[in-house]
Design a protein around this ligand. Structure first.
Ligand SMILES: [Zn+2]
Length: 205
């Protein structure tokens, strides 16, 4: 877990590699299902297109279907799921999680980081401070013009952060009570956060 700009997906990638397990990203799975136009995908598409969030029942179906495919003893890392208490409780009934890593950054830092993010039309991501393109405003990979996502503009980021905090505060309490929550300082460099996480995993083995 972690707010937008915390680098949680990058850290999840590195953990997945270290532990040799799948990283299951809820956003990707939802988008893939919509693209494939399955029955579930069509239902989700309909809700999302009318401006809503995919309802929990659909999200849970899809996530469990994905995890089921991994096989009985396979470990996995979840990213972007569960998003609220109802999803967490449902998950615990099927697949109790071992640990919940929360990469914490302040709202001010999240705004600062996302403000400097730039993307090309093909989805290659750069950052004016941490991952600069070689030529100003041009994608290194496909040479298309870089731009700022609407979602990354400060007013919208602040709004998304408020929603995130509201959605996850109960969730964090839930895992804290179960002694599963591990908090990492996400305001350090990406490398330093990775080191903290891998140190934790090494000690936990
Ligand atoms: Zn590109």
């Amino acid at each position: 877990m972690g707010p937008q700009g915390s680098g949680k997906t990058t850290q999840g990638d590195r953990m997945a590699e270290y532990l040799d397990v799948e990283q299951i990203r809820a956003g990707n799975i939802l988008r893939k299902e919509i693209r494939a136009q399955t029955d579930l995908g069509k239902q989700i598409d309909h809700v999302v297109n009318s401006g809503g969030l995919a309802p929990n029942e659909l999200v849970l179906n899809l996530m469990f279907k994905t995890i089921d495919l991994l096989g009985d003893d396979a470990g996995f890392i979840l990213d972007g799921f569960p998003r609220d208490l109802e999803q967490a409780e449902a998950l615990d009934l099927h697949y109790p999680v071992d640990k919940v890593f929360n990469i914490e950054i302040s709202d001010a830092e999240a705004v600062r980081r996302l403000e400097q993010r730039r993307v090309c039309p093909n989805g290659h991501v750069f950052h004016l401070e941490y991952h600069k393109p070689a030529k100003e405003n041009i994608c290194d990979i496909c040479e298309k013009q870089l731009m700022q996502r609407k979602d990354d503009k400060p007013a919208i980021v602040k709004n998304r952060l408020a929603i995130y905090r509201q959605e996850t505060s109960q969730l964090l309490d839930y895992y804290k009570k179960q002694n599963k929550l591990v908090v990492f300082d996400g305001e350090q460099s990406i490398k330093a956060v990775t080191k903290d996480i891998l140190d934790y995993l090494k000690n936990a083995r």
